[in-house]
Structure formats: C-alpha cells, structure tokens
Ligand binder design. Structure first.
Ligand code: ADP
Ligand code: MG
Length: 698
C-alpha cells in the first residue's frame, strides 16, 4: 500500500507522473505536491455554459453545441476538413488543416458536437473555429457541463493543459486532508482586518473558480483570492528583509564620536560650493544614525547629479574623525578611479590618506594598499568589488559605502554584512542608488534599509533639453556637435550597439568614431569602450576631462557616475533600445554645470508604440523619480533593478506594479506579526522564498 499523498510528497508519486513528466515539471520548478498548488493559472476559459451560435461574434472564445449539417474534405495541395454545425440560432464552420482519416470519418451528418475554441474568425460572412477542441454528445441526452471555470496553466515543452489540470486536481484533494502542510500562518486578526480569505480557500478558488466567478477580475489578477495570495507573498518578501535588518541591528556598531566634527567643518569650508538644504538634511540623518550603538543600514537616493558623493564624503569624514576606516565601493573601474581622484583632492589638504584598490592594479601597488588597510590606520579605501575579496582585511572598518548600486541584491547585502563585521561589531552601511526607486518598490525590496532622499538639485542647474530625432536626420545632429564644440563645450556620442558579439560591437564603435572624425574636421574625437584596459580608459577620460578631446564616442560604459561638467551635449544612438532609467542615467552625464545642455535621442524607424511612448516621456520630464515610475509601469522592475541575478526577487504570484497598492498594508501586517507573533516569520518566509536567507550566518 502506497504512502498517503501529502503536500511534501514528490510529484513523481502522483498518478500519471513518470520520469519524463517529472523532469518536465521540474523545469517549471515543481518538485513537491505543494509546488503544484502554487503553480497558478495564467488565464481561465469558460466551459460552464453553452453559448447560442447566433450570439457569437468574431474574437469570442466560446463553448457551443450543434448538429452536423455538412462534412467536406478537400485533398489536393491544401488539405482542409470543413464541418458545418447549426443549433437553430445560427451556423458555424469548424476548419481543420491537419486531420486524420479516422477523424474525417468520425464526423457524420446528424450527430451532435460540442466544441470550444478561442478567437472565432469571420470568413466570407460565416463564423469559423480553427482547430477547435470538440466532443461528440449523445443526441437528446443532457451531457453535464463543467462545474468550474477551466484553468489554463503556464506550460513547458511536452506538458499539456490536460496533464496539469489533472495534477493540480490531485494536489487539491490533499488540501485539508494534510493538516501539517499548508497551515494558515496569518493571524486571525489580520485575516479579519483586511478581509482576507483563508489560504486554503484562496488556493481552491484560483485553481477551480466557480462558474459564476468574475472572469474579468481573475484575468487581471485582481480577484480577492489572487490578491490574498499576492498579499502573503509580498508579506513574506518584506518580512525576510525586516528579519535581516533585525539581525544586523542586534549587533554593536562603530558609533561615531559626537565631538569629532573638526575636520568636517574644515572640509565644508574649502568646498567651492555650499551643501544644498537637502544635502544638509541627509547628512544630519546619516550622522544621527552613526551616533547610535547599532549599525546604520541606509539607502541614499537622489536624482542623477543631485550630489550624493559629497554627502558620502562628509559621512566618511565623521567616521575617520572617530578613528575608523571607510570603504567606498563603485560598480566599475572607471567610477572607482574617478572617486579616488575626487576624494584624494578633497582629503589630501586635511591629511587623510586615500587609497585605491581594484582588481587590475599592478601587484606592488595592490600589496601596499592592502598593508595600509590592514594597519587599522583611519583612512578611505576606494575600489571596485575587489575591496570585498577574501584576502582584503580591514583592520578597523567603521563604514562601508556602496555607490551607484541600485542593483545590489539581498545576497550581496548579506555578504557585505559579513565583511563589515569585526570582532562582533558591525560597520555602518550606506548604499547609494544610481537611480531613484519608485516608493512602492523601495518599500518592498529595501525594507531592511532606512531611506534618505536628496530631493533637490544644486542651484543654477539648467534642465537638459531633450529632443527626439530620426536617424535619417543625423547630419543636422553632427552639425550641432560642431557648433557646440566650437564654443568650447564638449559632447558625448553614445553607441548602443546591436550585435551581441563584443568584437563586433567594438568594430561598430570604432566605425562610428572614424565616421564622426571624418565629418567633424578640426575636432578631436575620442573613443571609450568596455574592452579597454583600465589604464587606457583612465587616459581617455583624463583627456576628456582636461578638454583635450572635444567629442567622446562611448559605449554604455559611461552610464553611471561619470562627471565632466564642461560636457553639454549628449547624443544617444538607437535610443529606442534602452529603458527609461538607463536613458536618464546617460542623459545625466550632461547638465552637470551651469550652462544649458541638450540631449538628442536618435532613433531608428520604424518605432514601436511602446518605444514612442518611452522616448516622449524622456522629452517631457527631467525628473528621475517620475521617470523611474514610468519605467516600472512600461517595462517592469527588471528594467530599473537589473535582471534576476542582480537582485530582483522572483515572484510567483504578486506583481510589483499591479499589486503596489498592497504594500502599505503589507507593511502594517509585518509590524503586527513582528511584535505579536514572530514565530510565524520563518515558516512564512520559507513558504514563499526560494533563496533561503541564512540569518544565522550574519
Ligand atoms: P550624483 O548624485 O549623481 O552622484 P555627484 O555627486 O556626482 O552626483 O555630483 C554632481 C556634481 O555636482 C559634481 O560635480 C559635484 O561636485 C557637484 N555638486 C554637489 N553638490 C553640490 C552643491 N551643493 N552645489 C553645487 N555643486 C554641487
Ligand atoms: Mg554619483
């Protein structure tokens, strides 16, 4: 006698699952019976009632029934089988291009057929179903209709709807029978307060909605049963991060010395500008955090060019004044190098050592930097990911700053906590995003972090004027570059390359440079791309910064952070290929000084509707927060946050855009659970999250 099926039973034990089906289910992430329950339909079809043929319209999907009036097969070059049925209200043609002889013989005049198809068409005044599903029904007999809406599941190669319907049916029978499996984890109080269905009810409903269910709301994912599940999933995501935060904050930190402001004032006085009100407010927030005995965990966001770097430098000074070290990590060598030079320039006059650590340095330079870090001397180390490699030992690290890293996922944040731990003390953390993050997204994805926002640009900035121009008119654009550079300004030309091969991309960028150099006699045209050695990139950037190059042709390596204030014109080729946040980042490379700047978005025709909307959005606004929100709506969170491996959690049911309205309630519910029933946190997180966070490690 076989073991009774429970939610934890491997799917291989179910009726009709052999090794082949098992493997295919695995491709869908389905291993246990419970995984089947969380594999939700993407749509539904209604086979619960018969629709009179006379009331059908082209485009409808419907189940109908009628008597066969005519069967006609044409052989020849285009084989077709036509079968005409009628139900007294109208007639309908079933059309098959692929059919067997048995199938043809099985259709006979006078028999009753029930058939279902999506997307009816009208051909020569007659309605047609192409390759419908059909069954023979005994004439006169009342054949039962389906009692529930029929689910349509996401599939993978080699698995049929029929199979999945059968398997989810089997899984549903274990619900309730298996008391240990899917227990209700949400406290009764919350279920009541938010009028939520019980988990089990919700699952039953979404797999087999009753005939009278609201199909439209189900198809939009807006039905209360689906929203109940989305709510629990978002809650689990949120709780996992809150848990992470709680664990980190339980550790002691490197509290800064409240009197140690001396060198900060000296630094602020020598700056060629004063901090904006927003910068001052954020700095005060950082200082207040770092005065506390628990580590700071903060996300600093601000639009491109809002001046995040200088605020980070001030925070670094507070920590150094208190006798600790600071690590500043940038996403690219180029940016690390730029920060190194800036900060060195700022900190050398006040006698603070600054060192650079990247993966591609000569060994001697690197070893000297490592020794300095190990010595525990208060200082700033600027670098790339190399900063966090195994061999790097910080003697005394009090603050870790991550720049331009909105793509900094939970796993990386965990690794960072480990690296920042030193004899049971935890370094403060400051993560600076390259792009503003829509509020709801931030509340879900960065629930472990406090958020500070610089919501003001330095004074005197003129908005970048953006134009959208067809590639066919690039001559006029080239003329414009000439004019701008003749006035002593500089320009960027960004190639967004089409080929996947790096070698071909490089070739294309070189071709563009050559072409532009020919067109722009008298101007110096430089080239920078991702395959250059760090030293080469540095040299190219140094030339551009010094004004020795007029026009810099670049691949998207310059996307984040690069700061050359004299550049006032940006051309982006094939702009229609890029997401809004990326375009905004690129555009942010100009308009960093006080002169008027412009951005030209060159596009290749024909332009898709979505691309047209996106490019127009860029023309309409310079507000990074508004742009991020549009990007989220038009292309989803992946666009803003990068792909899976870079930290957007994979959601089964919830959708960051569609379900954004749930977020405030999710937050409240998390507060209730954390304070009143913390024991459900772990089971909830384990139920929904694939990548288990090992809180014990931190
Ligand atoms: P982002 O926030 O995009 O990282 P940066 O920190 O690179 O911006 O700053 C952009 C530019 O603005 C830099 O040249 C910086 O020196 C300058 N800047 C920063 N703060 C101010 C300010 N308060 N007034 C004037 N210029 C400022
Ligand atoms: Mg920056």
């Amino acid at each position: 006698m076989a073991e009774p099926v429970t939610l934890k039973t491997p799917v291989g034990a179910l009726r009709g699952v052999g090794p082949r089906v098992e493997e295919r289910l695995q491709n869908l992430g389905i291993r246990q019976v419970r995984d089947l329950l969380f594999h939700l339909p993407k749509r539904y079809i209604d086979r619960t009632r018969l629709v009179p043929i006379g009331s059908l319209r082209p485009g409808d999907s419907a189940l109908c029934q009628g008597t066969v009036e005519l069967v006609q097969a044409s052989t020849g070059r285009r084989r077709t089988l036509l079968c005409r049925i009628s139900d007294g209200t109208g007639a309908l043609t079933l059309r098959f291009f692929h059919f067997t002889r048995a199938q043809q013989l099985g259709l006979q005049q006078g028999m009753t057929l029930r058939c279902w198809s999506q997307q009816l068409r009208r051909v020569n005044h007659t309605l047609e179903m192409i390759h419908p599903e059909y069954w023979r029904v005994e004439t006169g007999a009342e054949t039962a209709l389906e009692q529930t809406l029929t689910p349509v599941y996401p599939l993978t190669q080699g698995l049929s709807q029929f199979k999945l319907r059968d398997l989810t049916g089997q899984a549903l029978t274990t619900l309730g029978a298996d008391a240990t499996g899917l227990s209700e984890l949400l406290p009764a109080r919350l279920l009541q307060q938010y009028s939520l269905l019980k988990l089990e009810q919700a699952l039953r409903y979404v797999h087999r909605p009753p005939a009278q269910a609201d199909l439209a709301s189900l198809e939009q994912g807006a039905h209360p049963a689906q929203q109940r599940l989305a709510f629990e999933e978002l809650l689990a995501q949120h709780l996992s991060l809150r848990q992470l935060r709680k664990t980190a904050q339980a550790q002691a930190s490197f509290a800064i010395d409240s009197n140690a402001q001396g060198r900060l004032s000296a630094f602020l006085e020598q700056l060629p500008f004063t901090l904006t009100r927003a910068q001052q407010r954020v700095l005060a927030e950082l200082r207040a955090d770092m005065l506390k005995p628990a580590p700071m965990l903060r996300l600093l966001q601000g639009d491109v060019g809002s001046g995040k770097t200088v605020v980070a430098a001030c925070a670094a000074l507070l920590v150094i004044n208190s006798g600790y070290q600071v690590a500043l990590m940038a996403p690219t060598e180029l940016l690390a190098d730029q920060h190194y030079h800036n900060i060195k320039q700022w900190f050398s006059p006040i006698d603070i050592p600054v060192t650079l650590l990247t993966g591609k340095q000569p060994r001697r330079t690197r070893e000297a930097a490592l020794a300095q870090l190990d010595s525990a001397q208060p200082m700033v180390a600027v670098g790339t990911h190399a900063l966090f490699q195994e061999q790097v030992a910080f003697g005394n690290i009090g603050l870790v700053i991550i720049d331009e890293q909105h793509r900094f996922g939970v796993d990386q944040r965990l690794a960072l906590l480990e690296k920042g731990a030193n004899e049971n003390r935890q370094a403060h953390q400051l993560i600076m995003t390259a792009t503003p993050i829509p509020r709801t997204l931030a509340m879900t994805l960065f629930a472990d972090l406090d958020i500070s926002t610089i919501d003001q640009l330095p004074p005197g900035r003129q908005p970048v004027k953006t134009t959208v121009i067809s590639n066919a008119r690039r001559e006029a654009v080239i003329k414009r570059i000439h004019e701008v550079c003749k006035q002593g300004r500089q320009a960027y030309w960004v190639c967004t390359l089409i080929e996947n091969s790096e070698v071909l991309q490089l070739q294309a960028a070189e071709d563009v440079r050559e072409y532009l150099a020919e067109q722009l006699t008298g101007l110096t045209v430089g080239l920078i791309h991702g395959r250059m050695k760090p030293a080469e990139k540095e040299a190219v950037m140094a030339d551009f910064k010094a004004g020795a190059t007029d026009l810099l042709v670049a691949t998207t390596v310059i996307e984040v952070g690069v700061d050359v204030t004299n550049a006032s014109l940006m051309i982006i080729e094939n702009a229609e290929r890029l997401g809004l946040s990326q375009l905004h980042q690129l555009r942010g490379r100009v308009g960093r000084g006080t002169q008027a700047s412009a951005c030209v978005l060159l596009y290749q025709t024909p332009l898709s509707d979505n691309a047209r909307v996106r490019l127009n959005r860029m023309r309409e606004t310079n507000d990074g927060f508004a742009i991020a929100q549009s990007d989220l709506e038009l292309r989803g969170p992946g666009e803003i946050l990068g792909t899976k491996q870079t930290g957007v959690p994979e959601l089964h049911i919830a959708d960051f855009v569609r379900d954004a309205h749930l977020v405030p309630r999710v937050q409240q519910a998390a507060d209730v659970i954390l304070s009143q029933c913390p024991e459900v946190v772990n089971p909830l997180v384990a139920r929904w999250l694939n990548t288990k966070i090992d809180f014990g490690k931190v």
